[in-house]
Design a protein around this ligand. Sequence first.
Ligand code: KIV
Ligand code: NA
Length: 275
Amino acid sequence: MKTTSDFLKMKGAGEKIVMLTAYDYPAARFAEEADVDMILVGDSLGMVVLGYNSTMPVTVADMVHHAKAVRRGAKDTFVVVDMPFGSYHGDVNETLKTAVFMMQETGADALKLEGADEVIPAIRKLTSAGIPVVAHLGLLPQSAGVLGGYKVQGKTAEQATKLLEDAKKCQEAGACAVVVECIPHQLTELLAANLIIPTIGIGAGVEADGQVLVYHDMLGYGSHHVPKFVERFGDMGNEASRGIADYVTAVKAGTFPAPKHFFTMKEEALDQLYG
Ligand code: KIV
Ligand code: NA
């Protein structure tokens, strides 16, 4: 399993870090078999798996439930778990308690927290307690209401400067990597050049030290809105629709199950049954 120091080395060597989300056992296995470097159990699960229209309803219990399944499927991959909305904005000791619970219940390798500012003390607290933290800057889905929707962040010089300062503060507080979401690629380049820790981009250009995508988005699985920055590497949704439609047709037509799916009683037992 790769560790935080391997990710630093990869950045130093210019080797791209590949992160992918996963929310269940089979997805985790597929990711591990494909040599994904880091798996993220994202709170995006609220939208792509649970059918909510934001990440705000996702609870610590939801995150733990899914992260445990992912851990079982990817024993040898670095697993990062999102702390959900509202679980790290209170007293830092309370945040640490929640973080310890999430680490111990799930066997995760790191936790991810959105934002800087008032989140910096939490990053410092968790890191000093031995919990690797991945920061998350730019578009913060848990703050979409405050940001006024899901929009590109850091477009002005002033916002870009603030984002760079925030990223440095996260690094200084102990973050082992930073996810940057939906920012101009030139800002990503500036961040990657000015940080020691790896930047993992999503909708942030090719200049990031690594990339992350949401499993369901990149595999075309589901009926949720897919952002413009996603490349579709698969077509699982259409494959699922086709398979289910064929199943319905086959059952109605009586062509499924076929003899190869049957279990058969011996003649002798049949004779006894009918006398
Ligand atoms: O929840 C998630 O999937 C994320 C990624 C978009 C980075 O936080
Ligand atoms: Na998230």
